[in-house]
Design a protein around this ligand. Structure first.
Ligand SMILES: [Zn+2]
Length: 479
C-alpha cells in the first residue's frame, strides 16, 4: 500500500508547526564559509541533534577535528549521524542533508532579513537563507518521522541520517568519515540506497528526479608585484600592475558565449548519445524558465536544447571575484600590490579535477608568460569534486517517480543538474549503492542568491513526497 491517508492528513494538519520548525532553523545563521559564524554552525548542529533525539532517533555527533580557514584554526562542525529502526526485514535508506548555508547580508540586496523566515501570505513564498538550501528539505525528513510517530503509522523502512555542516565549503572531512565507516558493523554498513534532497526542479511547475550532477574544480590565481599597495599618480605607467595582469589572464579563460578557451577541455567531454538527446527534448523546460529563474532575459541562447545541455551535460567556467581589488565606493587611486582571481569549472563525464588541473595550470602559466610582466603568478586549486551519473531505471528511482505521481499527480522530469554535491559521488563509490536526488524546491528558489525562498506548498507537499517515497521503497522491498 502507498503512504496511508493519515500520513497526508497529519502533514496538512501540522503545516503550521512544520513551518515554525523551519523558522527556528533559518534564524540560526549557520554560514560555514565565514569563520566568525562558526559558533552559529555549531548552534545549528545542536538544534538539529536535539530535534532528532526528541523524535527517538539515535544521534551521534561526530567531531571532525580542526581546519584552517583564512589563516585561522577553527573546529569543524560535526557530522550528525542518526539511526531510526533496525528491522532486518526492511530496507535501510540513508538520507543526507546539510545544515550550513551560504553567506547572506541585507546589503547584498535582500528585501527581508535573510535570517528571519519571512512568509509572503499572497504568494506562499517563505524567504530566508537556507529555506530551500538545505534546511527545508532536511527538516522535511524530520517532519515525515514526526507524522509517522504521532499518527502511529509504522515506518516502512529503516532510516539512517547523515547531516553535515560544511557542504557550502567543500564538505571538509566528510569523505574521510564516510570511508572510515563502511566496514561490517559500522554506521553505513547495510545501507540499501541513498536519497539526497538538496537540489531543485527545473522550473516552478514540474517536479523532477535527478540522476546526474556536474563536478567542480575551483581555482585561485594570485598575481603579485610591489611589496605594498602603490599610488597610481606616483607609480602608474612605471611598474607592472598585478591587477592589469590578472584581468588579462582571466580574460583568456572563457568567451562571452560561454565557450571555455582552455585547450584540451572539450576533448574530455563524453559524446552525446541519441537516447540522451531525446531526454532533453521532452523535458518540461523552456528558455523562458531559465530567464525567469535568473530574473532577467539573459539566456546565452534561444535554443532550449543548447541551454539545457549547457547546464546539464557540458562544462562551464565562471569567474567569481577578485580578492584584494579596490571594491569600496569612491575613487581611490590605488594600485593593489596583490590580487587573486577566483574561478571555477563545472565538470562533466569524463572530466576529473585531476585531468582538468593539468590543463588549467599549464594554460595559465603559458598565457601569463605571454604577458611579459615582472609580476609573480601563483595558482591554487581550492577544492574539487568529480561529476556523477546514476542509473535512472533503478528501483530507488522508480519509487521516487511513483511517489511524485502520487503527491503531485505528475510524472517528474528526469534531469541532470548543473551544480555539484560531491558527497553524492562519495556515497555512490564508498557504499556501492544507487543514489537518488529527490528535490523539494523550485528552480526559482534562489539558492546561494539574494531573497532565497521555499514555497510553502513545496515544503508541505515536499514533506509528503519524502514520506511517500519511503512507502514506495517499502512496497518494492516486499515485492
Ligand atoms: Zn545545498
Amino acid at each position: 500500500m502507498a503512504a496511508p491517508q493519515q500520513f497526508f492528513s497529519y502533514v496538512d494538519g501540522n503545516a503550521g508547526s512544520f513551518i515554525q520548525r523551519l523558522a527556528k532553523a533559518v534564524a540560526i545563521p549557520s554560514v560555514s564559509g565565514d569563520g566568525s559564524s562558526r559558533k552559529h554552525v555549531f548552534a545549528m548542529a545542536e538544534f538539529l541533534a536535539h530535534e532528532m533525539e526528541a523524535l527517538g532517533i539515535q544521534v551521534n555527533s561526530v567531531d571532525l577535528g580542526n581546519h584552517v580557514l583564512d589563516g585561522e584554526e577553527l573546529p569543524l562542525p560535526p557530522v550528525i549521524l542518526g539511526s531510526f529502526g533496525h528491522d532486518p526485514k526492511k530496507k535501510i535508506i540513508l538520507v543526507y542533508g546539510h545544515y550550513d548555508v551560504q553567506p547572506a547580508l541585507v546589503s547584498d540586496g535582500w528585501d527581508t532579513d535573510p535570517f528571519v523566515l519571512s512568509p509572503d501570505e499572497k504568494t506562499g513564498r517563505m524567504y530566508g537563507r537556507g529555506a530551500s538550501d538545505d534546511k527545508g528539505p532536511l527538516l522535511g525528513w524530520l517532519n515525515v518521522l514526526e507524522a509517522h510517530i504521532k499518527s502511529n503509522i509504522e515506518l516502512p523502512v529503516n532510516l539512517r541520517f547523515c547531516f553535515e555542516g560544511m557542504e557550502e565549503s567543500g564538505s571538509e572531512g566528510l569523505d574521510e568519515l564516510i570511508n572510515s565507516r563502511v566496514g561490517p558493523g559500522e554506521f553505513f554498513d547495510g545501507v540499501d540506497c541513498v536519497c539526497i534532497s538538496d537540489n531543485y526542479w527545473l522550473n516552478d511547475r514540474t517536479p523532477c528526479v535527478t540522476y546526474g550532477l556536474r563536478g567542480i574544480a575551483y581555482y585561485k590565481v594570485q598575481v603579485s608585484g610591489p611589496q605594498r599597495d602603490l599610488h597610481s599618480g606616483v607609480f602608474g605607467n612605471t611598474v607592472h600592475e598585478p591587477m592589469t595582469d590578472l584581468i588579462h589572464l582571466l580574460g583568456q579563460l572563457v568567451s562571452t558565449k560561454g565557450e571555455i578557451k582552455i585547450p584540451g577541455i572539450s576533448s574530455l567531454v563524453a559524446p552525446v548519445t541519441a537516447d540522451e538527446m531525446k531526454r532533453y527534448e521532452v523535458l518540461d523546460y523552456t528558455v523562458a524558465d531559465i530567464e525567469h529563474s535568473a530574473g532577467a532575459q539573459v539566456a546565452i541562447s534561444d535554443n532550449k536544447t543548447r541551454v539545457l545541455m549547457g547546464r546539464m551535460r557540458e562544462p562551464s567556467l565562471s569567474i567569481h571575484g577578485i580578492e584584494g581589488a579596490f571594491s569600496a565606493p569612491g575613487a581611490k587611486t590605488v594600485i593593489p600590490a596583490r590580487v587573486s582571481g577566483k574561478f571555477s569549472i563545472r565538470l562533466v563525464p569524463n572530466m576529473t579535477p585531476e585531468n582538468v588541473d593539468i590543463l588549467v595550470f599549464r594554460y595559465l602559466q603559458e598565457e601569463f608568460a605571454k604577458l611579459g610582466t615582472k609580476s609573480a603568478l601563483k595558482i591554487e586549486n581550492l577544492h574539487g569534486g568529480k561529476p556523477w551519473l546514476a542509473d535512472p531505471n533503478h528501483w530507488n528511482y522508480r519509487a521516487a517517480i511513483k511517489a511524485t505521481e502520487t503527491v503531485y499527480k505528475k510524472t517528474p522530469d528526469l534531469t541532470r543538474e548543473g551544480g555539484s554535491i560531491p558527497v553524492t559521488l562519495t556515497f555512490a563509490e564508498a557504499l556501492g549503492v544507487n543514489v537518488l536526488l529527490l528535490p523539494m524546491g523550485r528552480g526559482d528558489d534562489g539558492a546561494h542568491s539574494t531573497n532565497e525562498k521555499l514555497d510553502r506548498s513545496n515544503y508541505i507537499e515536499g514533506t509528503k513526497l519524502l514520506g511517500s517515497y519511503l512507502h514506495e521503497v517499502g512496497i518494492i522491498s516486499k515485492s
